[in-house]
Structures are given as C-alpha cells and as structure tokens.
Design a protein around this ligand. Structure first.
Ligand code: SAH
Length: 227
C-alpha cells in the first residue's frame, strides 16, 4: 500500500512512524509512505498556504491552489482509491472503516490546519472525510497518524501472528477479553485457573464469554449491535 500525506508539518510524523509495527511494515515493504510539504506547492514568494476568510471572521483558511497543485501532481503519477481529508465533521473512524481502507492500494491523506481548507477542496478534490472523534485538534497530522496506524497494522503480513489483529477489540463487534501473563500468583492476585488448564476449547469458550461480558458492561451500544 502506498500512502501520500500532504502536510505543512511532515516532521510531526517522524517519531510515530519510526517504531514498532509501522516501522516493521515499512521495512518489510508492505507500506510505502511519502510526505509532501504543501508549502513546496505554493506559488507565493513567502510560501504561504493560507489566507483570510472571505466574509471576515477569526482564523485563516488553507488555500485551494497549493492543495490542488499537489493532488493533481500525485494523480498524474497513479490512480488513487481514496483522497482523504482529516476533518472533525467527517465520518467517524472505527474498525470497519480502517478494515476497508487497509485493502486499498493508493491513498492520499490531506492534513488541515487553521480553520480548515477552502470548501472547494472538499467539494472537488476530496473523496472521503474522516474524523477521529468528536473534538477539535489543532491540525490533521495527529488524526492522520491514528488513521495510518489503525490501517497499517491490519494489512496482511504486517503482524507476525496473523490472528493477533483479529482477536483485538472491535473486530466482530466485541471488546477483547482480559489477558494475563506470568506470574500466575502475584501477592494472592490469581490468574483464572482455566487459562492454565491447557484445554484450548475451554479457554476459547472462556475468552468468548469474557469478551461478551466486557462488551455488555463497557459498551452496551456495541453489544446490542452484535445480536
Ligand atoms: N474549523 C474547523 C476545525 C479546524 S481544526 C471546524 O470547526 O470544524 C484544523 C484541522 O485539524 C482540520 O482542518 C482537520 O484537518 C484537523 N482536525 C481537527 N479535529 C479533527 C478530528 N477530530 N478528526 C480529524 N481531523 C481533525
């Protein structure tokens, strides 16, 4: 999968994309991430990418010209499955959305700033708008990092144990069951016997029951959906 990220702060991505699962996915060549400094597409001598809003009011607006130039240049090179804009008023990110996007070959992610982007970018260039939650961030970079992490980790071949992503929360509308590791007894806090029994069937049953219990307790909305 190829991901092209359009941003005025590519440096923000350095650390989160240099560790753990994303690092491994890049090293294995499963994901190829490219950054595009939006200022490089500004024709303005100060490399500005924002301007005052028509009609007045607080805050600046990201101009259409540099964004259009950048997206057009990328589209000249290849076809994109989706051109995503991170936006608080977009479709709420969830596991289903991540699963779907993880199957794509090429995507662009545009990170907004200030008051957001000129509406015409959203109308004519963007194919999908994604929000990571009902709160406002200062910029789209953190949202893009969350989106990339959630999609990259489930691309087949990224995780060593293929079943591991499938047993995480939200796959099958269930939260993950509790997990334990050594020691079995820590100051009289005991690991459930069943997990030490070696009986795989019983363990699977126990995990499923605990996942149901946890979902019913913590996310009754999801539990009802899984009926
Ligand atoms: N004026 C806008 C907010 C702009 S915040 C409004 O009220 O809707 C600046 C940028 O941060 C946005 O353009 C977007 O790219 C990003 N952003 C902020 N909150 C976000 C969220 N919850 N999910 C995804 N992106 C977000």
């Amino acid at each position: 999968m190829r991901i092209d990220i359009i941003t005025i702060f590519p440096e923000i991505f350095e650390s989160p994309f240099s560790y753990s699962i994303i690092k491994r996915a890049k090293e294995k060549g499963i994901v190829d991430i490219h950054f595009h400094q939006l200022r490089d597409y500004s024709t303005n001598k100060h490399k500005n990418v924002d301007d005052y809003p028509y009609g007045g009011g607080a805050g600046m607006v990201m101009m259409i010209e540099p964004i259009a130039a950048c997206i057009d240049a990328l589209k000249d090179e290849r076809n994109y499955d989706e051109i995503i804009y991170t936006s608080p008023d977009g479709e709420l990110l969830n596991q289903k959305v991540s699963n779907q996007i993880s199957t794509f070959e090429n995507i662009i992610i545009l990170c907004g700033h200030y008051k957001g982007v000129d509406e015409r970018v959203r109308q004519y260039y963007i194919t999908r708008e994604i929000s990571i939650g009902n709160y406002v961030l200062s910029g789209g970079e953190l949202a893009a990092i969350v989106l990339c992490d959630s999609i990259i980790r489930i691309i087949p071949g990224v995780l060593n144990d293929e079943t591991s992503a499938l047993s995480d929360s939200f796959q099958n509308n269930l939260l993950a069951p509790p997990v334990y590791t050594r020691p079995a007894n820590f100051k009289e806090m005991i690991v459930p016997d069943i997990l030490l029994s070696g009986n795989d069937n019983e363990i699977m049953k126990w995990r499923y029951e605990k996942a149901l219990e946890r979902t019913k307790h913590s996310r009754p909305d999801m539990y009802n959906e899984s009926d």
